[in-house]
Design a protein around this ligand. Sequence first.
Ligand code: ADP
Ligand code: NI
Length: 229
Amino acid sequence: MKSYFVFEKRYHPQLIIMKSKTSQVIRDWAKSKLQSVDAGHDWWHIERVMINAKKLYTIEGGDWGVIELAVLLHDVPDPKFFDEEKMLQEIIAVLNEEQLPQDDIEHILQIIQNLSFSKQWSHNGFDSLEYRIVQDADRLDAIGAIGIARAFSYGGHKGREFYNPDKKPQQYNDAMAYRKSDSPTINHFYEKLLLLKDLMKTEAGKKMALQRHEYMEGFLQQFYSEMGQ
Ligand code: ADP
Ligand code: NI
């Protein structure tokens, strides 16, 4: 998918900037869709995931055209904010309008549909290097300093408590129960964020996750000490 490669200076300063129409069209379209979500899922999340994906791609390889478009589009069908099925149909329409090859469209859709942590209960077995890179890039943005900020942003958006020692972290058996949970935000660290380092799929992603993971552990220690525990 070389024809719509885009290397922007801020992601990859040593590479020539090659703007492509498709990537610009998809970028503008996805940006307009993500205007109403919380600060943790807004356009800056996409920008950060793109930076992570670029780092992983540089080490791991893969088809950058597919990776880039999947990153741009991955949160448009997020059921936390949108009608998932309707958004998938819109994505198919916009990619067809850009005349992307059908196998690239199918690949991008498979990546997006199997990406989310909450898809662990409905994963269809799909796998590819590009999928691994986009998923690791997205997960890196869920941990570390940014991960902490995003968790409390989402908790605030949902009106959740920071912490309540009487409410213990849970184990969920399906996506509905996971999404419906009203656990305090600190519990989300045990229910998802601290699990991610062992779920990373690329070697480069595993290395990057380690330092961010340790930072979160330090944060939790400090949090409990300020709670007098
Ligand atoms: P994915 O991006 O894999 O679909 P989620 O939908 O679970 O994962 O969450 C994306 C991000 O939203 C999380 O990394 C976290 O920052 C925030 N988030 C989701 N659910 C919660 C929650 N219950 N408490 C705090 N933050 C949450
Ligand atoms: Ni995301």
